[in-house]
Design a protein around this ligand. Structure first.
Ligand code: XUL
Ligand code: CO
Length: 440
């Protein structure tokens, strides 16, 4: 059964193409230093936004028109699997990601939910045998159902903690069954509304316990995926515990989990935290904690998580810059945790949206690679910190001196010579590279 009959396989047609169903910049077979664009970018489709999402918002009902909408229950879940693999094949995407409830409906009990999941997981497994699309990561949704009103791993009620833990156990088994390369924890309700009724210490300790139990169980069943925490500062709670990479890293270190986890960094979560996307990537990278990316962008005029498809080339360039400096994403990838706008309700918009995101990151990759190869930015940074390469700077870096020696040195200093930060030069160089990389 086909769902996207009017659309054939998306081909690369180059920057001059006027075909909206063609890649202009993403040619999966293009290579840089012997590695293909497909291998660099490792794109993933988010099941929830592409096959489950109905495009409702807090002010109105869903608008999405989907060819599988005529089904309900398990039949709907099965139709979505068929549509998903047709979509992956036509888009030529190497990965996908899902939450348990995206792929299978929740039953009236945990046992029934698990049974539904088993049916759909076995169908997905069959489809994966004939498909080149693999599972980048899976996770469980421990935030939408009313039982998680007060949290999941950080719930005030131990029965809810147990239920959440049982869902994670099943999620790990599903990940193993489908060969998932990563396993994600996004703490949708792991946070608090107000401290007035919250035992923060117990909630944090319990969250640490849930993560440790998950590591232990993954070891027990031989599921060797990379564990990832996806930080977000707020929404839905007013304060989420995994606020950003820095606070998530402190949490992991405190609970002795830092060597078991890395971060899944989402652009729109970074901006919600008051950071740039590249700040979060950079912070994770320099601590060897950059695992994977939820590729999207926020709207500069709106204060919430709008999850738009990434089209800002400046942002994709700076993101790919960090990813290249990281030596790639390892087992991670660029998962489009992004949804079409409410007005873009036609099935074909799903293709156009992914094409725009994939093209944007392909541009970012190529421009970032050139910037790095030419040391266009790195050279300026090296020069800026050159005083630490020898003399007093080297002694500071090597830990050879203390405050007394530094005072002695400072007392004999005359006027300190400062140099320009050259920000305007750097920005204009980035623009130049953006505009000339694809010019013929
Ligand atoms: C929510 C979000 C989630 C996670 C997975 O903001 O980003 O979809 O990516 O639970
Ligand atoms: Co996300």
């Amino acid at each position: 059964m086909n769902y996207f009959n009017d659309i054939s396989k998306i081909q690369y047609e180059g920057p001059k193409s006027t075909n909206p169903f063609a890649f202009k910049f993403y040619n999966p077979e293009d290579t840089i230093d012997g590695k293909t664009f497909e291998e660099y970018l490792r794109f993933g489709v988010a099941y929830w936004h592409t096959f489950t999402e109905d495009l409702s918002d807090p002010f109105g009902a869903g608008t999405a028109l989907r060819p599988w909408d005529r089904y309900t229950g398990l039949d709907l879940a099965k139709a979505r699997v068929e549509a998903a693999f047709e979509f992956f094949e036509k888009l030529g995407v190497p990965y996908f990601c899902f939450h348990d409830v995206d792929i299978a409906p929740e039953g009236d009990s945990l046992a029934e939910s698990n049974k539904n999941l088993d049916i759909i997981v076995s169908m997905v497994k069959d489809y994966m045998k004939d498909s080149k699309t693999k599972l980048l990561w899976n996770t469980v949704n421990n935030f939408s159902h009313p039982r998680f009103v007060h949290g999941a791993g950080s719930a005030s009620n131990a029965d809810v903690f147990a239920y959440a833990a049982a869902k994670v156990k099943k999620g790990l088994e599903v990940g193993k069954e489908l060969g998932s390369e990563n396993y994600v924890f996004w703490g949708g309700r792991e946070g608090y509304e107000t401290l007035l009724n919250t035992n923060m210490k117990l909630e944090l300790d319990n969250l640490g316990r849930l993560f440790q139990m998950s590591v232990d169980y993954a070891n027990e069943i031989g599921f060797d995926a990379q564990f990832l925490i996806e930080p977000k500062p707020k929404e839905p709670t007013s304060h989420q515990y995994d606020f950003d990479v820095a606070s998530g890293y402190a949490f992991l270190q405190h609970y002795g989990l830092a060597d078991k986890f890395k971060f899944n960094i989402e652009a729109n979560h970074a901006t919600l935290a008051g950071h740039t996307f590249e700040h979060e990537l950079h912070y994770a990278r320099i601590h060897n904690m950059l695992g994977s990316v939820d590729a999207n962008q926020g709207h500069p005029l709106l204060g919430w998580d709008t999850d738009e498809f990434p089209t800002d080339l400046y942002m994709t360039t700076l993101a790919m810059y960090e990813i290249l400096k990281n030596g790639g994403l390892g087992s991670g990838g660029l998962n489009f945790d992004a949804k079409v706008r409410r007005g873009s309700f036609a099935p074909e918009d799903l293709f156009k949206a992914h094409i725009s995101g994939m093209d944007s990151f392909a541009v970012g990759l190529k421009v970032a690679k050139r910037l790095l190869d030419d040391k266009a930015i790195e050279g300026i940074i090296e020069e800026r910190y050159s005083s630490y390469s020898d003399g007093i700077g080297k002694q500071i870096v090597d830990g050879e001196i203390g405050l007394k020696e530094l005072e002695k040195y400072a007392l004999q200093l005359g006027d300190i010579k400062q140099s320009s930060g050259k920000l305007e030069q750097i920005k204009s160089t980035i623009n130049q590279y953006l505009l000339t990389t694809f010019a013929e």
